[in-house]
Design a protein around this ligand. Structure first.
Ligand SMILES: Cc1cc2nc3c(=O)[nH]c(=O)nc-3n(C[C@H](O)[C@H](O)[C@H](O)COP(=O)(O)OP(=O)(O)OC[C@H]3O[C@@H](n4cnc5c(N)ncnc54)[C@H](O)[C@@H]3O)c2cc1C
Ligand SMILES: NC(=O)c1ccc[n+]([C@@H]2O[C@H](COP(=O)([O-])OP(=O)(O)OC[C@H]3O[C@@H](n4cnc5c(N)ncnc54)[C@H](O)[C@@H]3O)[C@@H](O)[C@H]2O)c1
Length: 458
């Protein structure tokens, strides 16, 4: 066996590729991890970690301000915040992650991988072979609209890695990246305008969540422009001007284009197997790519759930499926990412936070479920102690036939940690009658669970 022969080759060393590879290596398979940029991927260097590091100090300051008696300063120390962010990205140096990968038994191969025939991957001219499987975990890249005049702009990479606070910033797109980055930079002192094409940001969430986030952004001085599409861009002395469908022009020192992402299937050789560059690789629940029995994929590149935790879950399933050789395994077993269909949790790390799992009311009705929706303000002893003037809302979507939860949304300060209880209830198909016996500790924000069940009629 030569240095280029492996059992498994994983293309893409982001969080998902790392996990898939670690799983196959732990199962005794000789595994290569091919990475074109930094081992750790988008999440570690330009997404989850730096964005959360930029947001957290503003949340801590806002939380302190809501509790009289806590001494607080006037503003964040931006230099210290950016220095802490740099620490979380290891100054964009992946040697720690490479050390971890090698310690997990992986062979790290630097370079751009490309499918080069059956069970073969070329990496900058060198050809590797995989006796068992090739796993594509190449992630996603920003989707940039075709806007007349669009020249220099920020993507989430520049927005998370900026070395200085921009004096002003225009953010185009009201998805998760748009709202998180608008708040992070506003709280660090930038003058921010957020341009949203719909009625409110966060269109994939319950409407009340987007509305509460808008309130939070406006309190931080963000100008939120809704119902406006970008129609053109021009360069000004001090930066960039964005022309909107409403006739208005908004300008800032930088323009952040946050209009979504697309699967990184470019220059990957997928066409040879019947797929198109820029489109997601279709997979079954074990991660096997349709019609190619040795090819697997997981994470953003599959378009199933563009979230690190859910991609890592898919990676564990893929890794287990490859190691065990499972054929058509039962749902809810370890080689199968069954929860992707009904129980994907997500937190939007703005202040207020949005924590959502399962289906929104609209998605549940679209799926043909007979649902009942319970809405409540989060107003319990735990929330009033947590912060003066606590403002938050909760929604529980119940499948009336099974009397189980199919969706839960919390929006309010510090609701993220309440989400896992909802995920467990949905995955476990716990009935509301049994949930009644899961008593929330007093006085915590989780007491809202009791109020939701009371409002349901228990
Ligand atoms: C600003 C921002 C904030 C986010 N915050 C969160 C969050 O808080 N929580 C959360 O769950 N999710 C968050 N996400 C989403 C999260 O970053 C992604 O879901 C996650 O990174 C996907 O992991 P992945 O391994 O599939 O892809 P990636 O992290 O994109 O990694 C793919 C890797 O593959 C490499 N690669 C690509 N093509 C090749 C090739 N041909 N050869 C070799 N290597 C290749 C890339 O260099 C990269 O390292 C955020 C996203 C953004 C943009
Ligand atoms: N906290 C987190 O978990 C977190 C944080 C950031 C990103 N992410 C993930 O990363 C992925 C990418 O996030 P994103 O915010 O880039 O994408 P997104 O798809 O969530 O949002 C993009 C938004 O841009 C809007 N848009 C698209 N084209 C537009 C145009 N021409 N003009 C104006 N608006 C336009 C869309 O309507 C949409 O609301 C998401 O799936 C998200 O789940 C997760």
């Amino acid at each position: 066996m030569s240095d280029d022969d492996f059992d498994v080759i994983v293309i893409g060393g982001g969080p998902v590729g790392e996990n898939a590879a670690a799983r196959t290596a732990a199962g005794g398979l000789r595994t290569a991890l091919v990475e074109a940029e930094l081992v750790g991927g988008e999440c570690s260097y330009w997404a989850c970690m730096p964005s959360k590091a930029l947001l957290r100090p503003g949340h801590a300051l806002a939380a302190a301000r809501r509790v009289p008696g806590v001494p607080v300063g006037d503003a964040l120390d931006a230099a210290a915040v950016l220095a802490r962010r740099n620490g979380f990205t290891s100054d964009w140096d992946d040697s720690g992650q490479v050390e971890w990968a090698e310690g997990a038994g992986l062979t790290v191969v630097r370079g751009r991988g490309r499918l080069a025939g059956e069970r073969r991957v070329s990496v900058d001219g060198r050809v590797l072979t995989a006796s068992r499987a090739v796993v594509v975990c190449t992630g996603s890249v920003p989707r940039i609209p075709d806007l007349p005049g669009l020249g220099e702009y920020w993507t989430s990479r520049e927005a998370t890695a900026a070395r200085q606070v921009p004096t002003s910033l225009v953010v185009l797109g009201g998805g998760v990246v748009g709202v998180e980055m608008a708040q992070a930079w506003a709280r660090l002192g930038s003058s921010v305008t957020l341009v949203v094409s719909g009625e409110r940001p966060l269109p994939k969430f319950e409407a009340f969540a987007g509305d509460l986030v808008v309130e939070g952004l406006r309190e931080d001085g963000v100008r939120v422009v809704t119902g406006a599409r970008a129609v053109g861009v021009s360069t000004t002395d001090g930066g960039t001007a964005l022309e909107l469908s409403t006739g208005e022009t908004v300008s800032g020192a930088h323009l952040l284009v946050a209009t979504g992402r697309q699967p990184a299937t470019f220059d990957l050789g997928v066409e040879e197997f019947g797929f198109r560059a820029g489109e997601a690789l279709p997979v079954d629940d074990t991660g096997r790519v349709s019609g190619v029995d040795w090819l697997y994929a997981a994470g953003d590149v599959t378009g199933r759930a563009l979230l690190t935790h859910q991609g890592k879950y898919a990676a564990r399933a893929v890794g287990t499926a490859i190691v065990t050789g499972a054929v058509d395994p039962e749902p809810w077993t370890t080689p199968v990412a069954t929860a992707d269909h009904t129980a994907v949790p997500q937190v939007v790390f703005t202040d207020p936070e949005v924590a959502f799992v399962g289906r929104t009311e609209a998605q549940a009705r679209e799926a043909g479920l007979d649902v009942r929706v319970i809405d409540l303000d989060i107003a319990v002893a735990g929330s009033s102690l947590h912060a003066d003037g606590y403002r938050g809302k909760a929604r529980m979507v119940v499948d009336e036939r099974k009397r189980t939860l199919v969706g839960v949304t919390f929006a309010g300060p510090d609701v993220a940690e309440m989400l896992h209880a909802a995920t467990i209830a949905i995955v476990g198909e716990v009935t509301v009658d049994r949930l009644w016996h899961a008593v929330p500790a007093y006085p915590t924000i989780s007491e809202v669970w009791l109020r939701l069940l009371e409002a349901y009629g228990l």
